[in-house]
Ligand binder design. Structure first.
Ligand code: ADP
Length: 165
């Protein structure tokens, strides 16, 4: 099993698939989603997403990677923390798990995740990192895959590296 933490812009990752912290309508937006749409080619990616939308919170769907180095983009809608206060942790775990399943279905050897729901969706970051690590580690017990957890905040990256070393 391999889980690596990295401090990086996810659109620059040279992996088979990157995961997008999408919304249930799969509309290109702000944050990491906007960065991915911009780098992949907004119009073409939106057209692919429109064929697959809407999705449920916790679900994952796959499009091409467009102009990215990655072959695929796996779009998952993480929970909006305030809205899903009771189920938020389970839904966040489902987002990671279902995205990993899609990566395996597509024969990916490597996949990169942003910290789903930790931006405008308001999930507390430390807790979100714990759920991400637990869900990914569990999945890697039975699957051969290199998984990158991509941090965009250097302080959180350093702190998380120390916590999970
Ligand atoms: P959500 O709506 O799921 O909360 P956001 O895009 O608002 O999604 O934020 C999710 C996380 O992605 C945040 O921790 C944010 O710092 C991070 N992020 C934003 N841009 C990038 C990027 N280019 N590469 C990697 N992570 C990013």
């Amino acid at each position: 099993m391999t889980l690596k933490f990295i401090y990086q812009d996810i659109t620059k990752m040279n992996v088979d698939a990157i995961v997008n912290a999408a919304n249930t309508q799969l509309q290109g937006g702000s944050g990491v989603c906007g960065a991915i749409f911009k780098a992949a080619g907004w119009q073409k990616l939106q057209a692919e997403c429109d064929q697959l939308a809407p999705i449920e919170t916790g679900e994952a769907v796959v499009t091409s990677g467009g102009n990215l180095a990655a072959s695929y983009i796996i779009h998952t809608a993480g929970p909006i923390y305030q809205k899903e206060s009771k189920n938020a942790s389970d839904l966040l775990a489902a987002s990671y798990h279902n995205s990993l399943k899609k990566a395996v279905e597509k024969d990916c050897d490597s996949v990169a995740f942003p910290l789903i729901s930790t931006g405008v969706y308001g999930f507390p970051q430390d807790e979100a990192v714990k759920i991400a690590v637990k869900t990914i580690r569990q999945f890697l017990l039975k699957n051969e895959l290199t998984v990158y957890l991509v941090f965009f905040d250097e302080a959180l990256f350093t702190k998380s590296q120390e916590l999970f070393r």
